[in-house]
Ligand binder design. Structure first.
Ligand code: BG6
Length: 473
């Protein structure tokens, strides 16, 4: 653990920013890339697809130069599995390997530490057609893909993330586009898929440690602070249920190699237990993360039961968005939190919940933490002179960083912070108009315009903040 003043960001703190391949690259079928589940998914009318996105594939040098200008210490991005293996586990595509080599060279040349996510929602379509994560074959395919990444890029990449938001793929795969419509018996299927992803993650962690003794690797779930709607014991129990199902199942398996008992009982009662083969639990236990990365946007509030849930509006809102709790009437019911403001998309803005979340994760697992996503999606406006005055984003980030500083004062070991997103990119299901970046990308849902890059007000603010290692207000 690094020594530092209480409440100050330690020396060498990794100020960063994040993207994912399918949301930023475009070039969805260029240079031999195979399709992914996202390329085959259908999204709402009027919202852009993922074919061009921010065209980072062709403009990465310009983008990395902007990130260097902002002063990033680290840049988190993902490797599109189907660029390397167009069929998921067939022939290796040299053009795909070369693209990420050039990207990593450029990141390193600019003095930025690469932080690589192996898999961010974009499962190769060829594997999906063969059952995707329901098929154990995908475990071996992922291990092979991960080993290829370690072998190709391990000399330059020290920090690795296994699977982005596995918990969101299990709980909200229909919303984010990773669960193909019409999947039969989804609940049973999903917990089997979850088990396979856990095996895949563990194998990747073992392979990383064997091949790259200096490297560090960890999971990257979305962890949220869960409140009880009241001090009524039944509500507190519901919050505990939802925390287990949403947060701890994934980290208990990744860190301790065991199923969370509350979730196990929940699955057993419903007949949703996964098939576990003889060596599986030993395999999962053998994978040891060096740190925990987590994404945090919002908190969620649940009750045991609530009259307002009868109202269809809340019901559909709870189900249709990944940052809402959702509803399983037998164990928890997502509900509103009157103490918090919401963003333009209904997500609860909760900086104090961020501090609570960091403390909870550290208390449970005692591993170093890095934040790999946090940020505000908003409808930015391009003003005269190509200016973007995103003071609301600055306010969100400032308040969350202030709470991180307090978490450090609480004794939480935190070594980096990577907001979402480095530059504008396409949201999982709400298009390019829901912007997160420090850099504006000049296009809209249907008109690609010139895809020019403009520095937002938040770009200059974050630049100053990094230069002062988090001490400027
Ligand atoms: C996380 C994902 O769920 O949140 C990102 O890892 C995603 O891929 C981000 O973009 C914000 O969500 P959304 O739905 O607003 O894009």
């Amino acid at each position: 653990m690094q020594h530092h003043n209480p409440g100050a960001f330690p020396d060498g703190f990794l100020w960063g920013a994040s993207t994912s391949a399918y949301q930023v690259e475009g070039a969805w079928n260029e240079d031999g890339k195979g399709p992914s589940v996202i390329d085959k998914a259908t999204f709402h009318d009027g919202i852009t697809d993922f074919t061009v996105t921010s065209d980072h594939y062709h403009r990465f040098k310009e983008d990395i130069a902007l990130l260097a200008e902002m002063g990033l210490k680290t840049y988190r991005f993902s490797i599109a599995w189907s660029r390397l293996y167009p069929d998921g586990d067939g022939e290796l595509n040299p053009a795909g390997v070369a693209f990420y080599q050039q990207l990593i060279n450029e990141i390193c040349r600019q003095g930025i530490e690469p932080l690589v996510t192996l898999y961010h929602f974009d499962l190769p379509w060829a594997l999906q057609q063969d059952g995707g994560w329901s098929n154990r074959r995908t475990v071996a395919a992922f291990e092979r893909f991960a080993i290829t990444c370690f072998e190709q890029y391990g000399q330059q990449v020290k920090y690795w993330l296994t699977i982005n938001e596995q918990n969101m793929m299990i709980l909200k795969g229909d919303v984010i586009g990773t669960l193909p419509p019409g999947t039969p018996d989804p609940q049973r299927t999903l917990y089997q898929q979850n088990h396979h992803m856990m095996l895949a993650q563990a194998k990747a962690m073992v392979a990383c440690h064997q091949r790259l003794p200096q490297a560090k690797i960890g999971p990257a779930p979305n962890i949220s602070c869960i409140y009880a709607a009241s001090a009524r014991p039944e509500d507190v129990l519901a919050a505990d249920n939802f925390s287990a199902l949403r947060n701890w199942l994934y980290l208990d398996l990744a860190v301790h190699g065991r199923y969370n008992n509350v979730v196990w009982a929940f699955l057993q009662q419903r007949g949703w237990l996964p098939t576990i083969e003889a060596d599986d639990m030993a395999t999962i236990a053998a994978g040891k993360p060096d740190f925990i990365a987590f994404n945090y946007y919002a908190s969620a509030t649940v009750s045991a039961d609530m009259p307002e849930v009868a109202r269809g509006e809340l019901n559909s809102k709870q189900q249709a968005d990944q940052q809402m709790a959702g509803i399983d009437k037998t164990v928890y019911v997502g509900c509103n939190n009157p103490h918090l403001k919401q963003n333009q998309f209904g997500w609860y803005i909760d900086p104090v919940g961020f501090r609570i979340t960091a403390r909870e994760i550290y208390a449970r697992y005692a591993l170093p933490l890095i934040v790999t996503e946090n940020g505000l999606g908003a409808f930015d406006t391009l003003e005269a002179g190509n200016k973007i005055y995103d003071d609301y984003r600055i306010a969100y980030l400032r308040e969350h960083i202030a709470q991180l500083r307090l978490a450090i004062a609480d004794g939480v070991e935190l070594f980096g912070y990577c907001p979402w997103s480095a530059i504008d990119l396409v949201s999982t299901h709400q298009g390019i108009s829901k912007r997160y970046g420090f850099v504006y990308v000049n296009r809209d849902e249907q008109d690609l315009k010139d895809l020019a890059r403009y520095r937002k007000k938040s770009f200059f603010w974050y630049q100053q903040l990094i230069a002062s290692n988090g001490t400027t207000p």
